[in-house]
Design a protein around this ligand. Structure first.
Ligand code: S3P
Length: 182
């Protein structure tokens, strides 16, 4: 059975793209790239600082550019930032270059996971401060509602919140093998 040479992971912030991505890459003997960390290294600045200094649009331009840079590699698992595929051209590009997997979680579960992790995520801030509690839940539900139609266009959709990571990795492998190489 063949597995595609590039595997992209999408899903909301906090859905576990990096954790699952690393383990999936290990199992396949592929490299792992976290697109946000790649951008931070290339630019010499954190995602948070890029948003604060240059704004979201500047970050989205860097994201689109570096998505294309990291996609020159073969045998790689690439974890995308949660907003990357909300740009149609990025969504189309990822699906052309490999297989796109959506790690789906309910807003309630995402809110629990993000309660202590909103600080590093500017999309979950209001006037420079991380949201929490009811305001955080409201923001997550609204953003997810806007983004779901993009996420759902992935080649593979995995419901990941009920299972341990290793089971989700196995499910991803199975789905990838079923779809074949690209
Ligand atoms: C974003 C998600 C973040 C990062 C940036 C914007 C988003 O990545 O790219 O803060 O718009 O959802 P994670 O999904 O890895 O948190």
């Amino acid at each position: 059975m063949t597995v595609p040479t590039r595997i992209y992971l999408t899903g909301f912030m906090g859905s576990g793209k990096s954790t699952l991505g690393r383990r999936l890459a290990d199992r396949l003997g592929y490299d792992f790239v976290d697109l946000d960390r790649h951008i931070e290294r290339a630019v010499g600045s954190t995602v948070q600082a890029i948003f604060a200094d240059q704004g979201e649009e500047a970050f989205r331009r860097l994201e689109a550019e570096h998505l294309r840079t990291v996609s020159r590699a073969d045998r790689v698992v690439i974890a995308l930032g949660g907003g990357a595929v909300t740009r149609e051209d990025n969504l189309r590009f990822a699906k052309e270059q490999g297989r796109l997997i959506y790690l789906r979680m309910t807003p309630r579960h995402l809110a629990d996971r993000l309660e202590t992790r909103a600080a590093s995520r500017p999309m979950l801030h209001e006037q420079g401060h991380p949201l929490s509690g009811a305001a955080l839940r409201k923001r997550i539900a609204a953003l997810l509602a806007q983004r779901e139609s993009f996420y759902e266009q992935a080649d593979i959709v995995l419901d990941v919140e009920m299972e341990p990571v290793d089971n989700n990795v196995s499910a991803a492998m199975k789905a990838l093998e079923k779809q074949g190489g690209k």
